[in-house]
Design a protein around this ligand. Structure first.
Ligand code: MLT
Ligand code: MN
Length: 312
């Protein structure tokens, strides 16, 4: 099984179009220790031919252009794609907007929780993906699902979706329900176990997560590979950077550092490879020469970059 991180940044990308913080400025001017990154997406394949996208980012066109595996086979029909399916982990803009770039009446399948599929169904612009051509299929939580193409032909990948602590998409927040998580319900944010019957190993993909609870710790114990929410280094990072007013907790993202951070929460679980993804443009670990970057690496974590590949 091959996993390619085609977009390692959080929403906005790195640099973000309107961001004047030192990290975006450095990346924009080609700073030596600051790699540019596109928005959050993963591609996976069990056989190297049939590919499944996990989240469809606004940068999908650029990501396909940078990834030969995702391009039409030169000897194939005039219109074709090796992308057989797209699996969604929430309905945030950085994970669904790329679907709109996959129009052109090309068959594939979309898999997501019922809650996430409801968001697509209630926003009519997604009808550019005609449901008779682009099939919507519900991921039942805590059950393995064989990912197939539009006709149901198996790709060789199996996912198991599970709810994680998180938040409803930003554009669906109900201010009247602020005390109840802005209307968040189970299934708004999911994690995925990704496997293939041909390998005994599995990867866990969790690009958004507000907290590591005991159930999640149990589930991730001894995992072969974990791709985990690396949005922020500290909870108040966007505030101290002067770019916004929200904490990570308010956005549904736990931070990396300190006693309430993901480094501590996911230490000593026997996870063989731990990789931070969905990294926000304020996160100091983006600077490869930073003390924070050295700290996460010291703790056994890798920081994803676009094009990074994991083989299991
Ligand atoms: C997030 O991860 O918090 C979202 O991508 C925010 C957004 O939709 O801009
Ligand atoms: Mn996001």
């Amino acid at each position: 099984m091959r996993l390619k991180i085609i977009g390692s940044a959080a929403g906005g990308g790195f640099p973000q179009w309107n961001c004047n913080y030192r990290l975006s400025r450095g990346a924009r001017s080609g700073g030596a220790n600051l790699r540019q990154r596109t928005q959050s997406s993963l591609a996976a394949s069990a056989n190297g031919m049939d590919w499944v996208l996990f989240n469809a980012s606004p940068d999908i066109r650029q990501q396909i252009a940078a990834t030969p595996e995702l391009q039409p086979d030169a000897s194939g029909p005039m219109r074709s794609t090796p992308i057989r399916a797209v699996v969604l982990t929430n309905a945030d803009v950085d994970h669904i907007a790329g679907l709109l770039s996959l129009r052109e009446r090309e068959p594939f399948a979309i898999y997501a929780s019922a809650r996430i599929l409801d968001v697509l169904a209630s926003n009519s612009v997604f009808n550019v993906l005609d449901p008779s051509i682009v099939k919507r299929r519900t991921l039942v939580l805590d059950e393995p699902t064989r990912i197939g193409d539009a006709d149901g032909k198996p790709t060789g990948l199996v996912v198991e979706a599970f709810a994680v602590p998180g938040k409803v998409a930003l554009f669906l927040e109900d201010p009247d329900l602020a005390a109840q998580g802005f209307g968040t319900e189970k299934g708004d944010t999911i994690g995925l176990r990704i496997s293939s019957p041909d390998t005994r190993q599995a990867a866990y993909y969790v690009p958004g997560c507000a907290a590591v609870d005991p159930g999640l710790r149990r589930r991730l114990s001894n995992a072969d590979c974990l791709l985990f929410d690396g949005t922020l280094f500290t909870d108040d990072e966007m505030i101290t950077a002067g770019v916004g007013t929200k904490t990570g907790a308010r956005m549904g993202h736990m931070h990396m550092s300190g006693p309430s951070g993901s480094m501590d929460a996911l230490a000593n679980l026997g996870i063989k490879r731990r990789i931070y993804i969905h990294i926000n443009n304020t996160n100091p670990v983006l600077d490869e020469a930073s003390a924070e970057r050295a700290g996460v690496e010291e703790a056994g974590w890798e920081v994803a970059h676009d094009g990074m590949e994991v083989r299991l």
